[in-house]
Structure formats: C-alpha cells, structure tokens
Write a protein of this length. Sequence first.
Length: 134
Amino acid sequence: PSILADVEAALGQRLPATLRTYYSRFDQWDEFWLDKCVLSVRALVEGPDWQISSERFGWVESVDLAREGLERSDWWVIGLDRHGVDLYLAHRETGEVVWRAGEVVERFTSLSGLLHRYASSLEEYAGELAARGH
C-alpha cells in the first residue's frame, strides 16, 4: 500500500478529495512562505512536525474554536509556521482550509485556494519591487 493509504488508515478515513489530489502529487512543501510549511502526508499522523502541530492545536481553547465556528474534532492540522503561531487546518469532510494565527485569519475552500493566495501575494510583491526598479 502507498504512504497515502497507510496515513488514511491511521486517520480512520479517506482525506477529502482536494487533499488527496495534493498528496497524491506532492508530499510536503517547506517554506512556501517564510517559515510556513504544508506538512508531509506522513506528518499528518506522526513525526516531529505532527508533534509540534498537535501540541499547538491542543493549546487552542475549545471555547475560542467554538467562537470561530470550529469544532476541534472536525479538523486536522495540515500546515504550520515552525517558528510562529500560525496553523493551517483542513476540515475532515469538506477539505475547507482555515488559516489560524492566534485566531482565524482567513478561510479557503481548499488547500489550493490557500496556496493560490500566497502565490498571488508573491506576484504582487514582485510587481511592487519591479515598479521601484529592484
């Protein structure tokens, strides 16, 4: 069996289609924006990044999640800022992605939506640098 199948067995369910698509083509994406990373498929269930992300998600008060419309058991951590507070959560059923930095910053319909947002930010930044002659 594939690593993806092993991870899904450990999770007790298949990943939503958008995450399955991503993890069937890629594994992790370190530093997609500064120290932020998309976890490897294996890190969804084990390893140092899993440990860090699980601890950080555990620190978040359930009352804070409820206020944000999130039920802890409905979400997996799929990404984090290794040196900051940011967590990227994916809904277990829909694949919706939430960016949390102490609180919900932004919601995306999928992981690709999140990554597109960061790619667009890079394009804007490059355009600003070019306009200033850098």
